[in-house]
Design a protein around this ligand. Structure first.
Ligand SMILES: CC(C)(COP(=O)(O)OP(=O)(O)OC[C@H]1O[C@@H](n2cnc3c(N)ncnc32)[C@H](O)[C@@H]1OP(=O)(O)O)[C@@H](O)C(=O)NCCC(=O)NCCS
Length: 205
């Protein structure tokens, strides 16, 4: 697979420490992350995969992997969280948004964290950074559909300022929605090194 890499947003690279002492790197994904993405997908439980993709998938479809790899960091942005253990790079989480072509001020987002790494504030950290970058890119609205039974995602959304409503087209889904501030605040690196309950200096958009 080949694709053109637009300007890589290095300012989104960050290293944070979580409660268990692990150092987590957060960074925008690259086309060469395809194998990391595959391994991450496989590492999710069947339930986690279902919650993330709203369909039963054992293997990530090739078209999806390719689509996930080639992003322009503006209309389509993905941030991954990874750890380096014994020289091994392992992806443990991801948050992604894709702008709605029919409504370019709106983007649809999704987030997932590997089971063993949940409840450390990683999803919150990823989503916070995703929202900041979305706002900086002129996006005004974040939306997502999630299962009404997905307590973790609904909990995360409620805690981070999303309105949670029943989806009008599908009663099994909740619609999550948040309006972002206009892109007046310059992007800063002041959050480097700390997120959520990692060290308590997390801030919300
Ligand atoms: C939803 C998900 C991403 C949360 O990831 P996480 O890293 O464990 O979440 P965090 O540790 O950042 O938690 C942030 C907030 O979410 C809420 N939350 C997380 N897990 C929760 C749970 N099991 N029940 C209720 N609330 C929960 C909490 O309010 C928490 O805030 P708090 O620590 O102030 O209480 C994770 O459970 C996951 O990957 N699930 C499978 C994929 C999925 O459902 N994706 C959603 C697609 S839109």
């Amino acid at each position: 697979m080949s694709c053109i890499i637009p300007r890589y947003p290095v300012h989104l690279i960050d290293v944070v420490r979580i409660d268990n002492g692990s150092r987590i790197t957060i960074r925008p994904t690259l086309p060469q992350d395809v194998e990391l993405q595959r391994a991450f997908f496989r590492s999710l439980s069947a339930e986690g995969r279902y919650c993330r993709f709203l369909t039963r998938l054992n293997e990530p479809p090739e078209a999806l992997i390719e689509r996930f790899a080639c992003i322009d960091y503006r209309s389509h942005l993905a941030l991954l969280a990874e750890v380096f253990e014994d020289g091994q790079e392992t992806m443990i989480g991801e948050a992604r948004y894709i702008v709605d072509v029919r409504a370019p001020e709106t983007c649809e987002f999704a987030v997932a964290v590997a089971d063993d790494w949940q409840s450390y504030g990683i999803a919150r950290a990823l989503l916070d950074r995703l929202e900041h970058q979305a706002a900086a890119s002129g996006i005004r609205r974040m939306v997502a559909d999630t299962l009404l039974t997905n307590r973790a995602m609904i909990g995360l959304a409620s805690r981070t300022g999303y309105a949670v409503r029943t989806n009008r087209k599908d009663a099994t889904l909740a619609r999550l929605e948040k309006t972002l501030p206009p892109p007046t605040t310059p992007q800063t690196k002041s959050r480097a090194g700390c997120v959520g309950r990692l060290s308590g200096s997390h801030h919300s958009p």
